[in-house]
Design a protein around this ligand. Sequence first.
Ligand SMILES: [Zn+2]
Ligand SMILES: [Zn+2]
Length: 306
Amino acid sequence: MFELIFLGTSASAPSVHRGLSSQVVSFRDQRFLIDCGEGTQRQILRSGIGFRRLHRILITHGHLDHILGLGGLLSTFARWETVDHLEIWAGAWALERIRDLLFGVVLRGATPPFRMDLHAIEAGSLWQGEDVRLSAFPVAHRGPGCFGFLFEETEHRPFLAEQAEALGVPPGPIRRRLVDGESVTLEDGRRIEPEQVLGPSRKGTRLVHVGDCGDTSDLEEVCAGVDGLVIEATYLEVEADMAHQFGHLTARQAAEFARRAQVGHLYLTHISRRYREKEVLEEAAAVFPSVTVVRDFDRFQIRRQD
Ligand SMILES: [Zn+2]
Ligand SMILES: [Zn+2]
């Protein structure tokens, strides 16, 4: 299961009710901040999630509404010492702009007070943790090096506690060894194989985050059947020409894509001040009913659809 917290949900400029793009994806005690628009620090404070363990940052692309908050965040991290290192992943072009901001404007020759790793994203695997993996894939927006992110809980075989009970396998480390695929010998000499206490393999939860995006035609494979999809809906269909011109989607286009890819639930963000939220929701829900137009500070748990 993943937790998804939206910190900022506005497109290009903040509104009274919405901050600029930023969200956190958590899996157990691992957290990833995705994008860091201007004002993200204050949104973190208001959300109550705290700054600890926010040292891994993924950037979808280098437009200012997605990166300007990094300067302030670095400055605060440096003063409060809430993290002992910082890792930022972004496409090469975005990373250049981020480097200018962090090293040219914020640090200006000073040595950062903790280790900072800036990674240029290449499509494919980015990070692997216990029971979870993260990969990146290219997204068509404006300019080079825009990426989306796939979070996947690794497949696992559930432990059948009732079977174990019936076989007389005592609770404790011996069960852990069976879960890890080892066979064990009980005190009475009987040998128990993992097969006897593990159910059939179950796919893990999958969550995809796509930031700004103007064309979904290459995304169907990576998004097929995912449990949760976060994607932008900057325009409405009445301004589809403008959406196309600026490399964005309409709510209807995002919903049509979710329907084609058969995703579990669709989360629409990057909402423009030019429309009312209700209009965005109506346009999308007419095509794909399992949809939410997210607001700042919304929290969701993403679980397996079955
Ligand atoms: Zn944007
Ligand atoms: Zn953009």
